[in-house]
Each structure stands twice: as structure tokens, then as C-alpha cells.
Design a binder for this molecule. Structure first.
Ligand code: BEZ
Ligand code: FE
Length: 300
């Protein structure tokens, strides 16, 4: 008969899971069990605390809707998404532009529009232009690269929040020509608070964190044969640039809008950013996150 204690139960659990066919799944599940048990022992977890944790995770699940992924938000505020991004960048076979969070507001299905299109339906503040070149690691321009961008409005809200998902705004998709150049018009987005009206927001408030993200424009950049890049450009003068609640900012992704004689749209202040894509490794994706509407469909 087994006589397990809080230490020996760990090896016995891993032993019972040993039949898992998929070796990578086995590696992940074994490590998850070992770390979970070690965590419970380290903090001397009580039954009341354990059930409180179960209640919290249940609330996180209940807060998920087709337009909201509370688990991704939890991963983001705990720094897990940032860790996964950094590991992913390290695994690339050559250096590309740095990754950043996909976040919960990405939507697929935004149609390609001509270069230079204004992505905001009714801009109420100064227009700016964002432009640059999409190249390989060696600097050669990539033709036919696809760049998808999305951002908040000048009021700091995504279309999913302002329009409840009924129509899209502040999103654009562009395809490069042989010179690899992209450009679009937009307005400077306002930094914003992560959704604070759910269990993750409640946790962030208890931790006395401000919950803010600095102003940014999300970019998803892909080209045949290259690693898909999920990243974002951050405006350096935002008051929250050094304390992003979800740890997405890196120095190499910080930009500003300024007068620029090289801008493809004269008269507008410009943000210039060149993206470098690393060559693809078979069967990998660069995404940390997903279109929330697709996640819910996959679960049905
Ligand atoms: C975003 O940038 O859209 C975002 C990322 C993580 C959590 C909330 C929002
Ligand atoms: Fe965002």
C-alpha cells in the first residue's frame, strides 16, 4: 500500500502520468506538477487558500466571452506572456525585430487596403503617418509582406470596447510591393487601462498597480518563408512607458512622431520603423494569444 506524504506524492503523480504518448506534453505536464507541488509546499498552502485559488480561476473562466479572454489577460499581468515572447525570440535562427504582446484585442479578417489609407474612420485629432520597410535579417526588402495593425482611439479604447464588436475601426492590413515599404495614416493612440472590471482587474487593484499600458500600435508582420512577427510600437513620451502593466515594452520598440522630410505623406508628423523578419523554422507560429472570437469558437 502507498503511504504518501507531501513530498513523495510528487514522484507518484509523475509516475502515474508516465504513459502520456506525446513526449513534449509529458515534459510540460511533469514540470507543471513538480512546480505546482513545490509551490504549495513553499507557501504551506492551506485548504482555505487552495479553494480561494480555485474560486479565482473559476471567476476568470466565467469572465471569458467571445470578445474577452480573461485567461490571456491573467497571463499578461503575471508576466507569463512576456516570458513566452522572450523565449520565442531567443529560439529564432536569426535575429529579427523584437516581439511584444498580441494582447486580447486582435481581430482577424481586416481587409487589405491601399498603402497610405487612414485606418481611423473619423479622426478627431492630428493625423500622423507610420512608415518603414519590411526586410529580412540581411536588410533586403520583402515584397508581398503582410502587415496588420490595430490600436486604440485617441480616447484610449479599442473598437471592441467602443462598438461592442459590431464593426471594426482603427485596424488596417497592408501588403508591400517590391520595395518592402509600408505606410498608413492614423492618429496617436491614447494609453489605456487593461480591462479592470473582472477578476484579473480586481487582483491588479489589490496589488496596488495602476493597470495602465503606454500608448502603442500593435503590428503583426508576416512574409512567405519568414517567422511571423507579433510586436507593437510604443510612444516613448507616454507617462507609463516604464511601468507597463503587462511588460510589453522594450527599448528597441520605442518610437516618436516627428517632422520627417523622408515621410511618404508630407505635412504629417511621422513615426518611422523598419521591421526585420527572421527566416521561419518549420511549423512554428509567433503568436502569443489569438483572436478572442476564434478562441471561443475553437472551444465549442
Ligand atoms: C493590449 O495591448 O491590447 C493589451 C495587452 C495585454 C492586456 C491588455 C491589453
Ligand atoms: Fe494594446
Amino acid at each position: 500500500m502507498q503511504d504518501l506524504d507531501e513530498f513523495t506524492v510528487t514522484d507518484e503523480t509523475v509516475r502515474q502520468m508516465a504513459g502520456t504518448d506525446n513526449p513534449r506534453l509529458k515534459e510540460i505536464a511533469d514540470a507543471a506538477v513538480r512546480h505546482l507541488h513545490a509551490f504549495a509546499r513553499e507557501v504551506n498552502l492551506t485548504p482555505a487558500e487552495w479553494i480561494q485559488g480555485i474560486r479565482f480561476m473559476t471567476a476568470v473562466g466565467h469572465a471569458c466571452t467571445p470578445l474577452r479572454q480573461e485567461f490571456i489577460l491573467l497571463s499578461d499581468v503575471l508576466g507569463l506572456s512576456a516570458v513566452v515572447n522572450a523565449l520565442h525570440d531567443k529560439k529564432a535562427k536569426e535575429l529579427g525585430s523584437q516581439s511584444s504582446l498580441l494582447g486580447p484585442f486582435f481581430r482577424e479578417g481586416v481587409e487589405v487596403t491601399p498603402m497610405g489609407t487612414q485606418i481611423v474612420e473619423k479622426p478627431t485629432v492630428e493625423e500622423i503617418v507610420v512608415y518603414g520597410k519590411i526586410t529580412g535579417n540581411d536588410g533586403s526588402p520583402l515584397a508581398n509582406a503582410l502587415i496588420q495593425v490595430w490600436q486604440t482611439s485617441e480616447r484610449g479604447l479599442y473598437d471592441l470596447q467602443e462598438r461592442n464588436g459590431e464593426s471594426m475601426d482603427m485596424r488596417g492590413t497592408f501588403r508591400t510591393g517590391p520595395d518592402g515599404i509600408y505606410y498608413f495614416r492614423t492618429v496617436r493612440p491614447l494609453g489605456y487601462s487593461i480591462p479592470m472590471d473582472g477578476p484579473v482587474g480586481e487582483m491588479v487593484m489589490q496589488q496596488k498597480r495602476h493597470g495602465m499600458r503606454p500608448s502603442h500600435i500593435h503590428c503583426l508582420v508576416g512574409a512567405e518563408g519568414y517567422r511571423e512577427l507579433v510586436t507593437a510600437l510604443y510612444f516613448g513620451d507616454d507617462p507609463f512607458i516604464d511601468s507597463d502593466t503587462v511588460f510589453g515594452v522594450s527599448q528597441s520598440l520605442v518610437v516618436d512622431a516627428h517632422e520627417d522630410p523622408a515621410s511618404p505623406v508630407p505635412g504629417l508628423r511621422a513615426v518611422h520603423y523598419d521591421f526585420r523578419l527572421a527566416k521561419a523554422t518549420l511549423g512554428e507560429s509567433g503568436r502569443v494569444g489569438a483572436d478572442p472570437t476564434k478562441l471561443m469558437k475553437a472551444a465549442e
